[in-house]
Design a protein around this ligand. Structure first.
Ligand SMILES: [Zn+2]
Ligand SMILES: [Zn+2]
Length: 367
């Protein structure tokens, strides 16, 4: 049968629609029909400047996807034709004996030297159909949702999973705690909704641009949420909002910029957990952002915790699947407004809309 695939020949180009032949799934494989893809900020970066992990072009990008199972190969029992599924980005390396990704591995795919990701080394979902190999079906980030959840909500699986990895890597740092979120883009808004769902005492959302902050507060704010526009007094203003505590309990960096790290480290106090969630990458690579820590007074005596998360494993995927299926983020659909929905034929416009300063989650429709 014919497949529709959108190829990106090089950064900055138009997407080129091609027809390719696609066969039936083999033993242990499944064939998916794409229903929705949403645009990650990494897709915007790939379109603008490429990515070292994409070693050969043309590329098939987009990794945030919800699909229907279109056909199953011999021996597949976990999935049936018609199932609604969503997928994660970081995937096993495909070696079933790998100590990270294999059948008996730890599941820490992102630690594997041969780690791969959908839309990077593995072709993404800018295509109508995809066949998943058996190792992906058995070990990879693919989650079945009840049909009532629908493809729009299911599509949030991957970005929400990455976010929840950051908020749960250290136990008990959100519930009944003061949470500071630096950056109110899509990861900041997932974090805000998740913190609310997890029972945070207060959430302080900090952002440089006013338009995005206003949208985040309007759509996701509540009586325990405070928004602060970033100015020269931001450290003092965040500390004031933490009162009666002297410091936040959890600080998450959701903005890919060195000043976000400077602010986060300045807010560290007694027992603060910092999640370095957004990496900083420029045209000349990954800049060094140095910060001195006293392992005795800061780490031991003040119980500070510096940690990081990027990407997601089955742990985060499982958490996100639960949050979505149980309706724990009831305002999730507000991540996408009418100006952020595009048919697949307008892929480039979708990528460009995702780079606007007020945009949260751009969805591309395939059905
Ligand atoms: Zn993503
Ligand atoms: Zn591996």
């Amino acid at each position: 049968m014919k497949n529709l695939v959108y190829l990106l020949d090089a950064p900055g180009r138009e997407f080129r629609a091609v027809e390719e032949e696609i066969g039936e799934p083999g033993p242990g494989e499944i064939r998916l029909r794409t229903l929705r893809t949403s645009v990650c900020q990494s897709d915007v970066v790939i379109w603008n400047q490429g990515l070292p992990r994409i070693r050969s072009w043309p590329a098939v990008i987009l990794h945030e996807a919800s699909c229907t199972v279109d056909a199953i190969g011999p021996g597949v029992s976990r999935f049936a034709v018609g199932d609604l599924v969503a997928l994660g980005c970081d995937i096993p390396c495909g070696d079933r004996d790998c100590i990270y990704c294999g059948d008996k591995g730890t599941g820490d795919w992102t630690s594997c030297p041969n780690t791969q990701a959908t839309g990077h080394e593995f072709p993404g979902f800018a295509r109508r159909y995809a066949i998943l190999p058996s190792w992906f079906v058995d070990l990879g980030p693919i989650v079945k949702f009840p049909a009532a959840i629908g493809p729009d909500l299911a599509c949030h699986l991957e970005p929400l999973a990455c976010n929840l990895e950051g908020m749960t890597r250290v136990n008990s740092c959100i519930e009944n705690r003061v949470v500071v979120l630096i950056g109110s883009g899509s990861q900041g808004c997932y974090a805000l909704q998740s913190a609310q769902a997890m029972g945070a005492r207060k959430v302080i959302l900090v952002n440089r641009g006013k338009s995005r902050l206003e949208r985040a507060l309007r759509d996701f704010g509540d009586t325990n949420t405070v928004g602060l526009a970033w100015d020269e007094n931001i450290i003092e203003r965040v500390r004031e909002e933490c009162s009666p505590f002297n410091e936040p309990h959890f600080v998450m960096v959701n903005a890919s910029a060195e000043p976000a790290y400077r602010l986060a480290t300045a807010l560290m106090g007694y027992g603060t957990v910092l999640d370095a969630h957004a990496g900083v990458k420029g045209a000349s690579g990954k800049p060094r952002i140095a910060h001195e820590i006293d392992l005795n007074t800061d780490i031991h005596y003040k119980l500070q915790c510096f940690q990081a998360t990027h990407g997601s494993t089955m742990r985060g995927i499982g958490l996100a699947a639960g949050f979505i299926a149980e309706g724990r983020l009831p305002r999730l659909s507000r991540m996408t407004d009418a100006s952020e929905r595009f048919p697949h034929g307008r892929l480039l416009e979708a990528i460009k809309r995702a780079s606007d300063p007020d945009s949260l989650k751009v969805i591309v429709e395939w059905d």
